[in-house]
Design a binder for this molecule. Structure first.
Ligand code: G3I
Length: 444
């Protein structure tokens, strides 16, 4: 066994012990996403970029809240085998090591995908391509053998729309329909302990595309092709909302005898609407016994692959959004109280109360942690040229840019443990549709 693997195996033993300790704590304080999900027998994960691990707020939020990580790009083919047979694992190892030293599991993403392929793959002829695909799977899974709880073996192999057909790709076009089966068989041989998943988007409800994936999984199960799980990416926005039959769709796959996982969850929006959708996704997973965990596609809005749309649970300042509280509550956690990572005595969350053409009313809810609070302070940051025209239930002062408002209580500083108050403000949009961000809450 390679030295790195021996070290990792030793760490895995420690992690198992840590996991037991964490489980013992779960009943006492399910006040993070990970601990609340563990109380339901699920993991709660996030996509992670190695380049952000050095940012202290990013790492602190990751380490406090999540029990599973998915490398966002670092395990993809272009990142791991940029030249044929030339493997590089530096960035992926960084994420795996970080995860292991903080007691988190790792999802592997992804082995065979038409996108983010290095340029040497596409020109290969069929025989060479088959060899290259199997070698890539084997090398990656061997490097991380025993360290990945689930692998996305094949990603996004079906077309959108009503055809239910396979997507054109070098693998599909040169190797034919059998490439998926071959990839799964190779993967099973490389790491028999890893759950092998097929992962896709726009398959979250019952539709032509999910029907095609369903038929493939059914066929695989009937013929003994090794598949353990189906990943539902769950990228939602107003054009593609959480489908009404989301839970029913997860359940029909589970009924085929595979686990289901929510693998890349993000939902564009803000405030109550976004929070409600997030809560509904979590509830659907919990209602399906074979839904083994959820992963959100990023820690903070500021690093989401969606450059606009604020789709995640933490805002750009790492403040918990209403969506965070909705997820924590749906997981049966104790919501919005003391931040166990920083010992914060209060939290502040933003929602939009009312909107009209050129303005809106924002609302910030301030909640005391497990101890009473005598007074609190938080910040609200606007995007220019928006301007606040009124503030109520609080006193506000401004920084020199005029965009950051520091807010203190007026009559409502004193809060009992766990109690909430709120303040509001009116904003003139001046042409900008940006959503304000709320900073950390501090108490005295
Ligand atoms: O790292 C380079 C940087 O050096 C360069 O300067 C910069 C210039 O464009 O690009 C950087 O790479 C970008 C990479 O993300 C890392 O940030 C790529 O351009 C960009 O295309 C890549 O986007 C990723 C995307 O997959 C690519 O398809 C996103 O981060 C990632 O979130 C996204 O994830 C996918 C899942 O893997 C599969 N399902 C859909 C999901 C969202 O698109």
């Amino acid at each position: 066994m390679h030295l790195t693997h021996l070290l990792r195996a030793a760490t895995a033993g420690l992690i198992a012990a840590t996991a037991l300790t964490a489980a013992a704590h779960t009943a006492e304080a399910a006040d993070t996403l990970g601990s609340a999900a563990a109380g339901q027998g699920r993991y709660f994960g996030t996509a992670v970029a190695a380049s952000h691990l050095g940012e202290s707020d990013y790492a602190a939020t990751l380490d406090r809240e999540f029990t599973s990580v998915t490398p966002e790009n670092e395990m993809k083919w272009d990142a791991t085998e940029p030249t044929r047979g030339g493997f590089t694992f530096t960035a992926a190892d960084q994420i795996v090591n970080h995860a292991q030293s903080h007691g988190m599991d790792v999802r592997g993403h992804t082995l065979v995908w038409h996108s983010q392929l290095p340029s040497w793959v596409s020109p290969l002829g069929a025989t060479d391509l088959r060899t290259a695909m199997n070698s890539h799977i084997t090398q990656l899974m061997t490097h991380y053998k025993g360290e990945i709880h689930s692998w996305d073996v094949v990603n996004e192999a079906f077309q959108d729309g009503s055809s239910g057909a396979r997507r054109s790709s070098p693998f599909q076009d040169k190797l034919g329909d059998g490439f998926i089966e071959e990839a799964f068989r190779t993967a099973r041989a490389a790491d028999p302990a890893a759950k092998l998943c097929y992962n896709d988007y726009n398959t979250d409800g019952v539709n032509a595309k999910s029907n095609a994936v369903y038929a493939m999984v059914k066929d695989f199960k009937a013929r003994g092709v090794p598949i353990d799980c189906v990943g539902f990416q769950s990228h939602f926005n107003s054009a593609s909302p959480v489908p009404a039959d989301y839970q029913a769709n997860l359940q029909r796959f589970a009924d085929l005898g595979v686990d289901v996982q929510i693998t890349e969850l993000d939902i564009e929006g803000s405030g109550t609407a976004q929070a409600t959708s997030y809560g509904n996704v979590v509830k659907a997973c919990l209602a399906v016994s074979r839904c083994t965990g959820l992963t959100v596609w990023g820690v903070t809005d500021k690093y989401s692959w969606r450059s606009s749309g604020t789709p995640l649970l933490f805002d750009g300042s790492y403040a918990k959004k209403p969506a965070y509280n909705a997820v924590l509550t749906a997981l049966g956690g104790t919501g919005g109280g003391t931040d166990p990572g920083t010992g914060a005595a209060c939290t502040a969350t933003y929602s939009t109360d009312a909107q009209w053409n050129d303005g809106y009313n924002g609302k910030v809810t301030v909640t005391a942690g497990t101890a009473p609070v005598g007074a609190w302070t938080t910040t609200v940051t606007l995007t220019a040229p928006q301007k606040v025209t009124a503030v109520w239930n609080a006193t506000a002062t401004w920084d020199s840019s005029g965009n950051v408002m520091t807010v203190k209580p007026s009559w409502n500083g004193s809060l009992a443990a766990g109690a909430s108050t709120s303040f509001g403000f009116t904003v003139a949009k001046n042409g900008s549709v940006a959503v304000p961000t709320v900073g950390t809450c501090t108490a005295s």
